[in-house]
Design a protein around this ligand. Structure first.
Ligand code: PLP
Length: 382
């Protein structure tokens, strides 16, 4: 008999979601408008400390609207972390602009401030700096990027930041939540994220104008008139009030989910200690000021100490017993679809992709699942 599948990260309901969904049905708010949507947006503001929020159909849609709000257009450039999911980069192309990819640094695995500085200097030298319209750092796997340095460099050039916090709701730097450092911040509530609305996203900002405009653009940019009047091209990006009901229930358990994911990470670290390999394995580091929600536990098998194919062999080993793990994100500058795009940096993110692995990190792993995971990892290294 095949053993139960252990997923990398699967949805984990808290219990109250269906009550809010039921309310949507009772009030007949089966639409992209309604009380759940308003309350969910308020919950996000309250939790993150953002002043304004709009609920959207996806994190990708949120990034697209953020770029539109910043006026990103044909012929412009947007500097984005290469080590990420394609949802960070595709909206740049939707907006008609060109992505420019930036390498990661070794500590957080996110946008390298030094490579960012080099890219901006290069664009200045080429006389194209006024075409760089936004910078998109990503807080990958929940780990906050080095926002102090990135913001300092962005400010020097007066270029706005769109923070891709799709994976990092609840993460913070010196108690300031990710998503609130940039001009605009983006969250995702896709099914695999730390909390989910089945599919959805959120755009936050301290600027009321930005979020008012996002709300208008997300509902086809209707002007205030009894008939349909349009002065801009809009989008159909608003979150459903039914989905927002799921989101309200999920926000109630977000702190618990973060605790559970962080305890997964600690449990893997204890396992690697028992196996005597903890000194050789590299992970994303908090170093006091950063707090990660540890959405996924990602490990790097340094080829100095491990065989080069360790991550792939371990993945196949786990897969054989129906345990899902996954290579780290394949950098965007290595993707065929973006092969003509510029890249600044060295090979940090390429190495992370080549030698890293995401381990099962669901908040709903039970003791039985854990014993299987620990057993199989132990078997592999013995
Ligand atoms: C999930 C994700 C997105 C996109 O979010 P969707 O809701 O899936 O559109 C963007 N960036 C990163 C880093 C993500 O992980």
């Amino acid at each position: 008999m095949k053993m139960k599948k252990i997923w990398l990260s699967s949805p984990h309901m808290g219990g109250k979601e269906q009550t809010f969904v039921q309310e949507a049905f009772e009030g007949n708010w089966i639409a992209p408008i309604g009380p759940n949507l308003n309350e969910f947006e308020k919950d996000i503001c309250k939790y993150t400390g953002a002043n304004h929020c709009v609920g959207l159909t996806s994190g990708t849609a949120a990034i697209h609207l953020a770029l539109k709000i910043l006026g990103v257009d044909h012929g412009d450039y947007v500097l984005v972390q290469s080590f990420t999911f394609c949802g960070s980069a595709n909206p740049i192309v939707y907006a008609g602009a060109t992505p420019v990819y930036i390498d990661s640094e070794n500590l957080t695995w996110n946008m390298c401030p030094k490579a960012l500085g080099q890219a901006l200097e290069d664009f200045e030298r080429k006389g194209l700096i006024n075409k760089v319209k936004a910078i998109i750092p990503v807080h990958l796997y929940g780990m906050p990027a080095k926002m102090d340095q990135i913001s300092f460099i962005a400010n020097k050039y007066g270029i706005p930041i769109v923070e891709d916090a799709a994976e990092s709701i609840g993460s913070s730097i010196r108690n300031q939540q990710t998503g609130t450092f940039g001009d605009l911040g983006v969250f995702s509530f896709n099914g695999n994220k730390i909390i989910t609305t089945s599919g959805g996203g959120g755009l936050v900002s301290h600027s009321k104008e930005h979020i008012d405009l996002a709300r208008k653009l997300s509902t086809q940019a209707r002007e205030d008139a009894p008939y349909y009047q349009h002065e801009m091209v809009g989008f159909n990006y608003r979150l459903s009030n039914v989905s927002a009901g799921i989101g309200r229930g999920q926000m109630m358990v977000l702190n618990q989910r973060i605790e559970q994911r962080r305890s997964n990470f600690e449990r893997y670290m204890r396992l690697f200690e028992r196996l005597g390999i903890s000194e050789k394995i590299k992970v994303q580091e908090e170093r006091e000021i950063r707090f990660s929600n540890r959405w996924l536990t990602a490990v790097y098998f340094d080829p100095v100490y491990f065989f080069k194919d360790t991550s792939e062999k371990l993945r196949i080993h786990l897969d054989a017993t129906n345990i899902e793990s996954r290579p780290l994100w394949k950098p965007m500058h290595m993707q065929p679809v973006f092969k003509d795009c510029l890249f600044y940096g060295t090979a940090v993110c390429e190495d992370l992709f080549n030698y890293g692995l995401c381990l099962p990190s669901g908040s709903n792993l039970n003791e039985e699942d854990w014993l299987r995971i620990e057993n199989e990892i132990t078997n592999y290294f013995n």
